[in-house]
Write a protein that binds this ligand. Sequence first.
Ligand code: ATP
Ligand code: MG
Ligand code: FE
Length: 351
Amino acid sequence: MRVLGIETTCDETAAAIVSVERSGESKILSNEVLSQIAAHAAYGGVVPEIAARAHVEAIDRIIARAFASAGLKPGDIDAVAAAAGPGLVGGVMVGLTAGKAIALATGKPFIAVNHLEAHALTARLTDDLAFPYLLLLVSGGHTQLLAVRGVGDYLKLGGTIDDAVGEAFDKIAKMLALPYPGGPSVEREAAKGDPERFDFPRPLQGRANPDFSLSGLKTAVRLVAERIAPLSDNDVADLCASFQAAIVDVMVDRTRAGLRACRDAGITPSTLVVAGGVAANQAIRGGLMRLATEAGLPMVAPPLELCGDNGAMIAWAGLERLRLGLVDDMAAVARPRWPLDALSPKPATAA
Ligand code: ATP
Ligand code: MG
Ligand code: FE
C-alpha cells in the first residue's frame, strides 16, 4: 500500500511517498521538502501571500521529485493525501487542489488530512506505538496535550491559553535579532549560555489543569533584555539558555498534569509522545524523557527530520485513514482552523 502525501499549510512545500508492506513494515520511499525560509527571513515570520505564491511555483516540481526519487509513477500509488488545514488557507488550497487533481487523473482515492493529526500520528510511522498514548503536540501554531485513542479519536486534555511554544521561540528570536526560524536559533544560542543567570517565571506550574500560558514568560524575557541592553553575545546566549530552561520546566510540569488528567479520564497511556516542530528541541526531549522515566512509561519522539512539517507525515496519516476506509471526496474544503478533537473516525465530508 503506497500513499502520496502533500503538505502546504505553512512555509514548507512538501511531498512524499510512504508505504506499508504486507509484513506490516512501513517505509518512507521519498520525502521532498522545499523550505521557504529564505523568502520569509527578511520579515522575521511567514508572510501568507508570499507563502501561497511560493507554493504555486514549487508544487509541481516537488511532487515530480517525490515520484522520481521513489522510482514510481503516479499510477503506482494507491491513494493521494493532502493537508486540508489547519493553516494559511491560500497555501492549503494549492496542495489540496494538486492532490485532488492527481487523485482524479489516476482514479485513486483522495484523503483530506488534518495537519495536526499528521503530527499526532507521525511517531507510529517510525515506531511500534500502540494506542492510547499521551501526546504533547508542540508546534508553531499549537501547544496541546491530547489522549490519542485511535485514528480520528482525540481527547484534548489541555492547551495554551495564549501563545504556542514555537511562537514563543520565534518571538524571543526576533526580539534578540536572531535568524528566522527562531526555534533552532534559540536552541543554538542556549547551548552556549548559562541557564541559571536569569530566573524566569514558570507559568501555571503545579496547577492541576494541564493548560499552558507562555506570553508572561515572553514578556519577562523582553523586560530583562531591555533592562540589560545593549546586549553582548554572552547576554543573548544567557537569555536564550534561561528562557529555554523555563520552557523545559513548563513542558515537563504541564505534561505531568496531562498524565494525571489522562488517567483521571480513565485512559491508561502506553507511551508518552512528543511531536510537532518544537519536538526537535533536544532540551525539551531530554526533560520529557526524565518525566517518562519518573512515570514508568516509554517515551517516543519522531526522528528530527519528521518533527517539522513534511510530506511523509501527511502520507502516513493518509495511509492510516485509508486502511480504515476513511476516504474523502472532491468536496473536501481548505480549513484555516480545524481542531483535532472535532475530527471523527467516520469518513469526513465537506464542512
Ligand atoms: P502547526 O503545526 O501548529 O500548524 P507549523 O506547521 O508552522 O504550525 P511546525 O512546522 O510544526 O509548525 O513547527 C515550526 C515551529 O517549530 C516554529 O515555531 C519553530 O521555531 C519551532 N522549532 C523548530 N525547531 C525547533 C527547536 N530546535 N527548538 C524549538 N523550537 C523549534
Ligand atoms: Mg515551517
Ligand atoms: Fe506543523
